[in-house]
Design a protein around this ligand. Sequence first.
Ligand code: UD1
Length: 341
Amino acid sequence: MKQKVLVTGGTGYIGSHTIIDLLENGFEVVCVDNGINSDTYALSAIQKITGVEVPYYHIDLCDLEALSIIFKEHNDISGIIHFAALKAVGESVEKPLLYFKNNLESLINILTLSIQNHIKGFIFSSSCTVYGDVSQSPVDENTPIQEAASPYGRTKQMGEKIISDSLKHTTVNSILLRYFNPAGAHSSGILGELPINPPQNLVPVITETAIGKRDTMTVFGTDYPTRDGSCIRDYIHVEDLAHAHTLSLKFIFDGHQTQPVEVFNVGIGNGLTVLEIIHAFEKQTGVKLNYQLGPRRPGDVTAIYSDYTKAKHLLGWSPQHDVDDIMRSAWKWEQFRNEHL
Ligand code: UD1
């Protein structure tokens, strides 16, 4: 029998790609999202790609009563992947309480129901942001956690602790996936990031500039102590990231997890500068990007990229895509979006 997985934030960017990966690997999926930063278009794209109509609940996870209905209607859920959260770093600095309330209350509710309903596996969207301003890369899972650079980052740090503390004496096993910089889109070209608010992340800013939605873009900082002066990040293809969730659930379901909570970095282990990313885009697409060099963006760390040895050894995960795939798929998606959505 197929294992049933509840995906929170399932109409979002990483959530929707993960649903596809789960369906393609023999799982059954139920999706919940409050739709504040995503669109149900993702569900129709998922259906086109996989042929599966995923049951969808338009519910805010902060509403415990409404959320518990899902578990009454699906009493056979064995895994949860919890993506639903606010994630704009800048907004979190302006509205910290909104971030604490939303990201932590929703987490507490879904954990409460996970314990009550004897869920076997709980996967949490964490972030490399929990490492804070690191002085050295690559970082592995034992790299000491620094002060968070933003309230958003703090919600991820606190989320990890809340999960560890509350699952210690339960039968729920959890995996915390620390994502590096997710980018790119589904190979079909009909699914990708579809933010309701203007994106601030580098790759969608690049594609929106290239297609003319923005006149120009700025490289934030050219005086960092890096090979070309711009910041270094570890850009991971969203399909590779999605698959890490499927492997994490399998790891728990197959009985390989030996402690209540495991942490894994999910990045490709290769740091690229902002300028290298821009040049990779130009090379892959043949489009000349209108960009300017500008001052640093407050809160940015100089360089961070991952050591993913642990995920490779325990989960059997390794990236299948490189930066060129990221740029080609992101561009294909931007063009599709521009024409059809
Ligand atoms: C941050 C967090 C990440 C989080 C994400 C959510 C860290 C280390 N990472 O990613 O965990 O999931 O926010 O949004 O805290 N850039 C430009 N011009 C632009 C946009 C970006 O130069 O118009 C540069 C940034 O300065 C940065 C790089 O591109 O150096 C990547 O930026 P972005 O895509 O926003 O991601 P992070 O800030 O690394």
